[in-house]
Ligand binder design. Structure first.
Ligand code: BMA
Length: 319
């Protein structure tokens, strides 16, 4: 353990004053909760959030919301944008959840990795789209129990690469797998392990939004789950991986950098949850607009800086 007890209790992410920026009350059709949204900036500069919407059956689908400034004036699809399709994809029987969006230059398409939930448990499914109106499903690419997945924006040593979080007897850790065609996956490697014991990220970690590419490496925001007598606490930590060798962790922070504090994060369907699934980068190439689910009930926004996260890791992280 580092001498400074994890040190650096700085505010690295700043909550937007109008949080939560989207709730079920904004929805054009009946919705129970909206949370855990994937995010991307479209070519015309519009911010698109692909929101997880839960209905009163308890089942989730995905719905797109578009905004010119990524904060307000959201134009929400009048109907679900991507519904579960259990007739053709039985793995979606109990809904589709927690999308992560990556623009894949080579395909000129957005890849959406999401959780498909059914009798076998939660697994990872992949769909491609050019416009968030028509979708091409690749089906289930990682069998249950597995979730928290995102594709990398380009091939690594000739292969597509997917981060995901299989559940194992030894805990829930983040893995990377490779594919020549987005359908067949292998070359699995362990990337980031949940710690043991009393740590905030003991036993269970998972990727938060897709990786952020920086000149110094791939920056990973991940969630750690702390089990307590009153339920789980979902907080966010940060780590850095080598650009050319993704399974080499360069730095990992000891303390979490973002967690439930505001009332809308503390209270809701699932209390004490901050769960980011997407980010966009500002025009300066440095500002991270982080979109996160708050208490499995609403969508909130916090902004940070790539440079600041790297500096904080230099001061507080270890290999
Ligand atoms: C995780 C996921 C998320 C959810 C979180 C807190 O396991 O299922 O969708 O936000 O739990 O309930």
């Amino acid at each position: 353990m580092s001498a400074n007890n994890g040190g650096g209790y700085e505010t690295l992410f700043h909550r937007h004053p109008t949080n939560p920026i989207l709730t079920a009350a904004d929805w054009p059709y009946p919705a129970h909760t909206v949370f855990n949204a994937g995010a991307t900036r479209l070519h015309d500069g519009t911010t698109l959030l692909l929101c997880r919407v839960e209905d009163r059956r308890g089942l989730s689908h995905l719905c797109a919301a578009r905004s010119a400034d990524g904060v307000g004036g959201w134009v929400i699809d009048r109907e679900p944008t991507l519904r579960p399709d259990p007739e053709h994809y039985p793995e979606e029987l109990w809904g589709i959840e927690d999308p992560r969006i990556t623009f894949v230059e080579e395909l000129s398409k957005y890849a959406i990795a999401y959780t498909a939930f059914s009798r076998g448990g939660p697994g990872v499914a992949l769909a491609l789209t050019e416009d968030f109106r028509r979708f091409e499903r690749c089906g289930l690419i990682m069998q249950p129990d597995d979730k928290d997945a995102a594709l990398l924006p380009r091939r690594i040593e000739g292969s597509f690469a997917l981060l995901h979080r299989p559940m194992t007897d030894s805990g829930a850790h983040i893995w990377i797998s490779f594919s020549p065609d987005l359908r067949n996956w292998g070359g699995h490697k362990l990337l980031l392990q949940a710690r043991k014991g009393g740590w905030w990220d003991a036993n269970k970690v998972g990727l938060s939004p897709p990786l952020i590419e920086t000149p110094r490496g791939w920056l990973m925001l991940y969630h750690g789950v702390r089990q307590t007598a009153a339920g789980c606490l979902y907080r966010v930590g940060v780590a850095l991986f080598a650009l050319d060798k993704l399974d080499r962790c360069l730095l990992r922070g000891d303390s979490w950098i973002f967690g439930p504090e505001a009332a809308y994060e503390r209270k809701g369907d699932v209390a004490n949850v901050t769960f980011p699934c997407g980010y966009t980068l500002g025009a300066d190439g440095d500002t991270i607009n982080l979109y996160y689910g708050a208490a499995d009930t609403s969508i909130a926004l916090a902004s940070g800086s790539v440079r600041e996260l790297l500096r904080w890791l230099d001061e507080n992280g270890s290999a």
